[in-house]
Design a protein around this ligand. Structure first.
Ligand code: ADP
Ligand code: MG
Length: 765
């Protein structure tokens, strides 16, 4: 369409008359579209041309002509103006072919797609729509109802008009379909008058207004129909997740092209035997159906097949990793005789039944010829540290070494303190190794570790490795660690209780133990959401508690510890609380960017009860254990995720005293309030995790999103436990049978797993 205007402009001797509002504006309004639609190699040149058009009014006639001709030439060689895209060149591509073999994809777009986990044509074909739009049932202009939203297919019948009134401006374009005529209206987008020349066919969605028998449609979505209109209209149209730089329409076109040009749609990795046993439809059919389905139910079937494919692949990769990690080792095993009993004797409390059970499981792992590889999850306060201590003790007694790692220095310091206490009756002294130590001390500790003189180290980054608060570590670190010590026994601990479906995917290679019991006498933390001005009541409550000798945490949201601005905010808040709100109380401040010794001093003072209130950033989110602290107040609670708030709440209620969690917010958004009320309703971490998962998706919960785990679409998955369990059973059986994937019928799977590992380091064995 831009080509038409340019042609007209040339015909009119470049008088800048072809476009309403002038050529400069018109080309500008096309800029984004041109740049995203053309073949990538041409983009820089086009960009330069578009910029030159900004000066069109000032150019001489000759220069104008030259510029217009050049632009026209560019557009004709790479039509991108919503008009006819060149037909695919017909050459056949294999599923393995790089994306750049497709028309319209260069290195830049290939990179964007790689971010979606799409690396080759085969991947692209597996990129599923999130939903379908039913365009088999378009409305006609005649049937459009006043005030309703309608989707209609129309033809532009004349030039558009830009209408500018005092308070409002809009573009108005006359259209018709086979039943009636009407106007399309775009508010505040007068540039659109030039975009749709007479004859343009388009599908538009918008709100209908019928005034004195005249129909107009305030357009919210439009799609110009090109030659491949068949892809876009009169059917169930696939809607893909949007990404910056790739529009939904472009994605649709790319996939359509890939489907047409792919010589053989990948037949998937599920071996024929499994395929038959589960009566799965053929992958080739499923792939075609999932993009351009005949019906909603056909689409649903196809999605289930693809979900199975994805889950099966993931589970096979997990099974292989597990197989590799669990290979029996010759090295002496860690005897666990009497460890549990001796630890119990040294403790001031009785282990809970859950602690005893899980400790036994861990000690049995250590005694077995296969390295331990276990996830322990349990709600905050369920007493995971003691279990870790049992493992560490067993390792040291067997003449091996132990490393305990934590995601933050504060937590490492604290785990160190607790372990020191727990291990001292046995005569062992763990050392603390964190980044902020002077480098000589670090070097010295490393030397002592290497020589074997040092038996146990607690640190932020490690025989037994215990990883505390695993959910903060993410998957990559875990994989690196597994690769590090050959025969390392690995225990990871997580305080985010996760639903079983998620555990089986994110941690599907681990043995899993659940600490499903809290130490006796714990009262549920009383949680209250405090909105707006009510905060005064909260402050008074805290003062009351302080007068009775109880302590309080006040947490303010610093999302990124590196964010200077937020730290300033935290310090300001601290000053305000200290000087104006709690002038009679003793307050301390900790955050992640403080020198270690300063922070340590403050934490210790709080632990010792010398401070009434500890103001902190979310560095204290995990693990921190000060039993005399009974109030957790969170400022701007809406800025935290539910699981994170649950963690914070877990900092209190660690003794038999009643504890309180006060969530402050100034937000009045019903959505925010509703979300925070989940915490008022329940103190069960599993329930909180389920709600969080439902609202935010699984990536946030497991830290997998950024780490390249194949992104199983969990929303689907949660409803599809049956598929997951089937896929897992099948995959684990297959690996048990052919662990190295050597059989010919397992080659596609072997290949696929290798491919995933190449792109996501987390999957390297
Ligand atoms: P988390 O699972 O959150 O890491 P911790 O290991 O920090 O929990 O334990 C929470 C608190 O409960 C600590 O103060 C710990 O000493 C105490 N604790 C652990 N086990 C028991 C038990 N069996 N009986 C009583 N208190 C316990
Ligand atoms: Mg802990």
């Amino acid at each position: 369409m831009l080509t038409k205007v340019l042609t007209l402009e040339l015909r009119q001797d470049c008088a800048d008359t072809a476009a309403i509002g002038g050529m400069a504006d018109l080309v500008q309004s096309w800029r984004e579209r041109l740049l995203t639609a053309v073949d990538e190699a041409k983009a820089p040149h086009l960009e330069q041309l578009t910029s030159r058009f900004a000066h069109y009014p000032e150019l001489s006639g000759a220069d104008r002509r030259q510029l217009a001709e050049e632009m026209l030439h560019q557009l004709k060689s790479a039509p991108a103006d919503g008009g006819s895209q060149s037909a695919p060149d017909g050459s056949q591509l294999s599923g393995e072919a790089p994306l750049t073999d497709l028309d319209g994809i260069g290195p830049r777009r290939a990179k964007i797609l790689a971010n979606l986990g799409i690396y080759c044509i085969g991947d692209l074909l597996l990129h599923c729509p999130i939903r379908y739009e039913d365009r088999t049932q378009l409305t006609t202009l005649e049937d459009a109802q006043h005030r309703q939203t309608a989707t209609v297919r129309v033809r532009v019948t004349g030039p558009g008009r830009a209408i500018r009134a005092k308070r409002i401006s809009f573009a108005q374009v006359p259209v018709e379909d086979d039943t009636a005529t009407g106007n399309l209206v775009w508010f505040n987008q007068t540039f659109r008058v030039n975009l749709y020349p007479p004859g343009t066919e388009m599908i538009v969605t918008g709100k209908v207004r019928i005034h004195k028998g005249k129909i107009s449609l305030a357009v919210s979505e439009e799609e110009v129909l090109g030659e491949e209109e068949i892809i876009h209209s009169s059917r169930l149209v696939p809607i893909y997740p949007l990404t910056q730089g790739i529009s939904a329409v472009m994605m649709r076109k790319l996939i359509h092209q890939a489907l047409q040009r792919c010589s053989q749609i990948p037949s998937g990795v599920v071996p024929p035997a499994v395929q038959q046993a589960r009566q799965l439809p053929l992958m080739e059919e499923a792939v075609r159906e999932v993009h351009f389905p005949k019906s909603q139910s056909a689409a649903q079937q196809a999605r289930r097949r693809l979900a199975y494919e994805e889950l099966f692949t993931l589970q096979a990769a997990l099974a292989r990793r597990r197989h590799a990690v669990k290979r029996p080792v010759a090295q002496s095993q860690v005897s666990s005789d009497g460890i549990g009993r001796r630890l119990q004797q040294a403790l001031p409390f009785e282990l809970t039944a859950a602690q005893r059970r899980v400790t036994d499981q861990v000690l049995a792992d250590l005694a077995s010829p296969q390295p331990a590889y276990r996830l322990i999850h349990g709600d905050v306060g369920s007493g995971k540290t003691v279990v870790a201590a049992a493992a560490v003790l067993a390792a040291i007694e067997a003449g091996r070494q132990a490393a305990v790692m934590a995601p933050t220095e504060i937590l490492a310091e604290q785990d160190w303190g607790v372990l020191r206490e727990l291990l001292s009756p046995f005569g062992y002294q763990p050392a603390l190794l964190v980044g902020s130590l002077p480098s000589e001390s670090k070097a010295q500790l490393r030397e002592q570790l290497a020589s074997g003189e040092l038996k146990c180290v607690v640190g932020t980054h490690a025989a037994v490795a215990v990883i505390d608060e695993q959910h903060r570590f993410g998957v990559v670190q875990r994989a690196k660690l597994a690769a590090k010590g050959d025969h390392t026994n690995i225990l990871v601990m997580s305080a985010t209780p996760i639903p079983r479906t998620l555990a089986l995917t994110a941690y599907g290679d681990f043995d899993i133990s659940v600490l499903d019991e809290l130490p006796p006498g714990r009262k549920p933390v009383h949680t209250e959401l405090i909105v707006g001005r009510d905060r005064k009541r909260a402050y008074e409550f805290i003062i009351g508690q302080a007068n009775r000798g109880r302590q309080t945490f006040i947490v303010c949201p610093v999302i990124e510890e590196s964010d200077q601005q937020y730290l300033v905010a935290a310090e300001k808040l601290f000053g305000r609380l200290k000087n104006y709100i709690f002038p009679t109380l003793k307050l301390g401040l900790v955050h992640g960017r403080m020198p270690t010794d300063q922070r340590e001093t403050t934490m210790e003072a709080f632990r010792q009860g010398e401070l009434d209130i500890l103001v902190a950033t979310s560095v204290i989110e995990v693990g921190v254990d000060v039993p005399n602290a009974v109030v957790m107040m969170v400022e701007n609670a809406e800025r935290f995720g539910l699981c994170q708030l649950h963690q914070l709440r877990g900092r209190v209620g660690r003794s038999d005293q009643q504890a309180y969690c006060l969530l402050l917010t100034n937000s009045r958004s019903p959505e925010v309030i509703d979300r925070l009320q989940v915490l008022e309703r329940t103190t069960d971490g599993f329930e909180v995790a389920r709600e969080d998962l439902r609202r935010r998706g699984p990536g946030e919960l497991t830290g997998t999103r950024q780490h390249g785990l194949p992104d199983v679409r969990m929303a689907d998955l949660l409803a599809e436990t049956a598929i997951l369990v089937q896929a897992r059973d099948d995959a684990f059986a297959l690996i048990a049978d052919d662990p190295e994937l050597q059989r010919p019928e397992h080659q596609p799977l072997a290949h696929r797993i290798a491919q995933i590992a190449r792109h996501s380091p987390a999957w390297t064995l």
